[in-house]
Design a protein around this ligand. Structure first.
Ligand code: ACO
Length: 323
C-alpha cells in the first residue's frame, strides 16, 4: 500500500489594508527609503488596524484556503504565531469558533519565524500516522504590536499578515514522485535565545515586551543554517538543488535570500520574493508568498517546492513539497 501523504489542497492569505511605505516611516524616524531598501529590499509593509487582531488576520486567510479546498471543516488547526491575541487561550481556538468548527483540535505553536514550517511538520506527522485526515496550518502575526517604533534598527523590518494551507491525507508514492509533503526537517539551538527575542512575557516581566535583535549575528547564522537545512532536505529525498522548481523562503531580508541562493547555487528567479512588499511577517511570510505564487500561476501542480525558514530561538527548518 502506498504511504499516506499530506497534500496541499488549498492556500489562502490576508494582508491588512493599511500600507506603510519607507518614506512614511522616515517622517517619524531617523531613517530613509534608500537605507531600508538597500539593506533589506523592503519598500513597504502592511500594518493591522488598531481593532484588527492576529485572529482576524488568521480567520480571513483560513476562510480563503478552505474555500479553495472546498471544505468547511478540518480535523486539526495549527496556528503558528508569536503574537497571539491573548496569553491564553490559544488564538487557534478563536479561529476554530469563527470558522464554525466544534470538533477536532486547535492549538497555537510558537517557533517565531520558523513557525509555519514547524506547524506544517506537526500536522504532516499527524496525517502520516493516520491520526487525522485533514488540517489547517496557519501562520498569522501582528508584529507591529511588539515593535519598539523608536528603534530604527528593528521596526523598519517587520509587517503584519496571515497565510494558511489546508492539508489532506491522500495516498502518496515513494521516491519523491508522489504529490504532497515529501519531508520536513526541524532544528533549534537555544544557545542563541538572546540574539533575537522579545524582552518581556508572562512569567518574566508580566508584560508583553518589545523585539530586540542583534541583526548582524542573526544574518550570519541565517545564511549558514538555511543552506544546511536545505541540503539536508534534498539529501533525504535523493534530490539535487536543480530539481527544485521554486523556493518559497521565509521573507526576512533580501540579502539573506540572495546569500542563501548563492550558497545553494540556485538562480534567484526560482525564489518567490514578497519581502519588498510585505516586509518580514514572521510565521505568516511563507504561506503569504506561497499563496501569491500559487494564485498567479507561477507555482503549478506537480512542481517541486522547497520551503525554508529561520527565526528566534534560534529555530530553523525546511519542507519539500510536490504541489
Ligand atoms: N535607517 C538608517 N540607519 C540605520 C537603520 C535604519 N533603519 N537601522 C540601523 N541603522 C544604522 C545603525 O545605527 C548603524 O549606524 P552607525 O554605524 O552610525 O552605528 C548603521 O546603520 C549600521 O547598522 P548595522 O546594524 O550594523 O547595519 P547592518 O548592515 O547590519 O544592517 C540589518 C542591519 C538590516 C538589520 C541587518 O543586520 C540584517 O539584515 N540582519 C538580519 C536580521 C533580520 O533580517 N532579522 C529578521 C528577523 S530574523 C529572521 O526572520 C530570520
Amino acid at each position: 500500500m502506498a504511504p499516506i501523504r499530506s497534500v496541499i489542497a488549498g492556500v489562502g492569505s490576508y494582508l491588512p489594508a493599511r500600507l506603510v511605505t519607507n518614506a512614511e516611516l522616515a517622517l517619524a524616524l531617523d531613517t530613509s527609503d534608500e537605507w531600508i531598501t538597500e539593506r533589506t529590499g523592503i519598500r513597504q509593509r502592511h500594518l493591522a488596524a488598531d481593532d484588527e487582531k492576529t485572529s482576524d488576520l488568521a480567520i480571513a486567510a483560513a476562510r480563503k484556503a478552505l474555500a479553495v479546498a472546498g471544505r468547511s471543516a478540518v480535523d486539526m488547526i495549527v496556528l503558528a504565531t508569536a503574537t497571539p491575541d491573548n496569553t491564553f487561550p490559544a488564538t487557534a481556538t478563536r479561529v476554530q469558533a469563527a470558522l464554525g468548527m466544534t470538533s477536532g483540535a486547535a492549538f497555537d505553536l510558537q517557533a517565531v519565524c520558523s513557525g509555519f514550517i514547524y506547524g506544517l511538520a506537526t500536522a504532516d506527522n499527524f496525517i502520516r500516522s493516520g491520526q487525522i485526515k485533514s488540517a489547517l496550518v496557519i501562520g498569522a502575526e501582528t508584529f507591529s504590536r511588539i515593535l519598539d517604533w523608536k528603534d530604527r534598527g528593528t521596526c523598519v523590518l517587520f509587517g503584519d499578515g496571515a497565510g494558511a494551507v489546508v492539508l489532506e491525507a491522500r495516498d502518496g508514492q515513494v521516491n519523491g514522485e508522489g504529490r504532497g509533503i515529501l519531508s520536513t526537517h526541524l532544528h533549534s539551538d537555544g544557545r542563541y535565545y538572546d540574539l533575537l527575542q522579545v524582552d518581556g512575557g508572562p512569567s518574566s516581566s508580566r508584560s508583553v515586551g518589545v523585539l530586540k535583535m542583534e541583526g548582524r549575528e542573526v544574518f550570519r547564522h541565517a545564511v549558514v543554517n538555511l543552506a544546511a537545512v536545505v541540503h539536508e532536505a534534498l539529501a533525504a529525498n535523493n534530490l539535487t538543488a536543480d530539481a527544485v522548481d521554486w523556493v518559497v523562503p521565509h521573507q526576512a531580508n533580501k540579502r539573506i535570500l540572495e546569500g542563501t541562493a548563492r550558497k545553494l547555487n540556485l538562480p534567484q528567479d526560482r525564489f518567490v520574493i514578497t519581502v519588498d512588499r510585505h516586509a518580514n511577517t514572521s510565521a505568516a511570510s511563507i504561506p503569504l508568498a506561497l499563496a501569491e505564487a500559487v494564485g498567479d500561476g507561477r507555482i503549478k501542480p506537480g512542481q517541486l517546492v522547497l520551503l525554508e525558514a529561520m527565526g528566534g530561538g534560534f529555530t530553523w527548518g525546511a519542507a519539500l513539497v510536490r504541489m
